[in-house]
Write a protein that binds this ligand. Structure first.
Ligand code: PMP
Ligand code: GLN
Length: 450
């Protein structure tokens, strides 16, 4: 068959093949994006406090005590280990390494955690190296969640837990830590779970509970009794415990970090998560890990091998060297795990002092590098009507970023909708910052208060 193409009296006869070729070039049908809307498993997760507040910081250039990262150098033997790895005569250190973890790193992690947990941890089958603790959480949650499974989440929680549970079709069930007191010196140990409420959440549909100790953002270090209760309920209901322990080394005396995997009967039902970013003050390296019993780790491996497959080789080599050095000096004051915590106590206490001085009421954290503080005594100095957000802590932190040039994070980002109101009067500040920057924060607040 022949077709006529052209206009008016300028018509040409073309073959069917040429005609179809021409029409596909000329007819542009508008793309229908409705077909490409975000899949429903991510509905409700479109907003991220990190995306929003990092953009806010770029625009307003405040003193940034928002996103948690050190503004000082990591230990030089760790950063040098990275440059040595990249420049090594062993050119393979710049190529893919073993998918479930670089041999030198899993061997160091196995040595370290075998000692800390009190059992022999098999490097090959019981450890997985991931792209930051984020990916370890993702693999743990997605590797265990079937549609309809319930996952208990203690509030405040690191915000990505919920979108991850929902992406797996799971149902988050929330229980908030509530402060026992609001006046006087408040410690993160005053933020507690209601035991009956916790017991009431466990049922036959419960697949997992996510624990974060030391907690971000409150700084609570769960004590033996609290962990034993969680352990007892996990065992009673045959539930998995995903224990996010990225701040395991940042615990302030006399508090002690207890790994729930080391409690009786808990190894076989716990996946513990760590982060090189927090351990060696290199948050930009995005190397993390998960360890636990082989039958559970197999599920994480399935998620990892089909998404990320393998993490950066030179970074893993450098983190391995860092651990080799620190394992040798563990328990001594030179050990980075000890010295960083000691350095942070002074920063924590200084921040608590200047926040109290300007009239806020801080909760003194037992661990981690964040402090939450009740700012409501200063409400008359802030024009919350300038901002339109639903929750007051968002309005407060945005107003402060723009007008006072000091940035914090709204803690309601770490709560479910039903409990966000519990922390609307709070702000989270990060204190792993150079002394001069903490002093600047102090000055900014003092001048504002005047
Ligand atoms: N869990 C908690 C509690 C955190 O604060 C963070 C902070 N980044 C992560 C997990 C993620 O760690 P990473 O940067 O190693 O992915
Ligand atoms: N864990 C860090 C914090 O809580 C960083 C979070 C992030 O960048 N997503 O500030």
């Amino acid at each position: 068959m022949m077709f006529a193409v052209g206009k008016g009296n300028q018509l040409f006869r073309v073959s069917e093949t040429v005609f179809h070729g021409l029409t596909s070039v000329c007819i542009r049908k508008a793309m229908d994006y409705a077909k490409f809307a975000l899949p429903s498993r991510y509905h409700g997760s479109e907003k991220s406090v990190w995306v929003e507040y990092i953009q806010l910081a770029l625009e307003h250039k405040p003193l940034n005590l928002g996103q948690g990262f050190p503004d000082f150098a990591a230990p030089d033997y760790v950063t040098k280990a990275l440059s040595d790895a990249a420049l090594s005569d062993n050119v393979l250190l710049n190529q893919y390494t073993r998918g479930f973890g670089h041999p030198r790193l899993i061997s160091a992690l196995s040595r370290l955690y075998s000692k800390l947990i009190g059992r022999s941890i098999d490097a090959q089958s019981e450890i997985l190296v991931t792209c930051g603790a984020y990916e370890a959480l993702f693999a743990s949650i997605l590797g265990h969640t079937n549609p309809g499974d319930e996952v208990i989440i203690i509030e405040p929680y690191f915000d990505c837990y919920v979108p991850m549970v929902r992406a797996g079709g799971g149902v988050p069930r929330f229980i908030p830590l509530r402060p026992k007191k609001a006046e006087g010196t408040v410690s993160s140990s005053d933020w507690v779970l209601d035991e009956k409420e916790l017991e009431g959440l466990f049922n036959s549909k419960t697949k997992a509970i996510i624990l974060n100790t030391p907690n971000n953002p409150v700084g609570k270090v769960f004590n033996q009794r609290e962990l034993e209760l969680i352990a007892q309920l996990c065992k009673k209901w045959n539930v998995l415990c995903i224990s996010d322990e990225v701040y395991e080394w940042l615990v302030y005396k006399p508090n002690k970090h207890i790994r729930i995997a080391s409690l009786p009967g808990m190894w076989e039902r716990t996946i513990t998560i760590g982060s090189a970013g927090k351990t060696f003050s290199v948050t930009g390296w995005k190397i993390g890990w998960a360890y636990g019993p082989a039958p559970l780790m197999k599920n994480l491996q399935a998620v990892h091998q089909n998404s990320v497959y393998t993490c950066s080789t030179p970074l893993q080599e450098a983190v391995a060297k860092g651990f080799e050095i620190e394992i040798e000096r563990m328990g001594s004051p030179e050990c980075y795990f000890e010295s960083l915590a000691a350095e942070l106590v002074a920063k924590r206490d200084y921040m608590a002092k200047f926040l109290s001085e300007v009239g806020m009421n801080p909760t003194i954290p037992e661990g981690g590098y964040f402090m939450i503080a009740d700012w409501s005594p200063l409400e008359s100095k802030v024009n919350l009507n300038d901002e339109t957000d639903k929750y007051k802590d968002y309005r407060f932190t945005k107003w402060m970023t723009k007008n006072v040039k000091l940035q914090g994070i709204p803690p309601s980002a770490f709560y479910s909708d039903e409990h966000k109101n519990l922390v609307e009067n709070f702000v989270r500040y990060c204190f792993i910052k150079k002394d001069e920057n903490l002093q600047k924060a102090h000055t900014i607040l003092k001048n504002w208060k005047k």
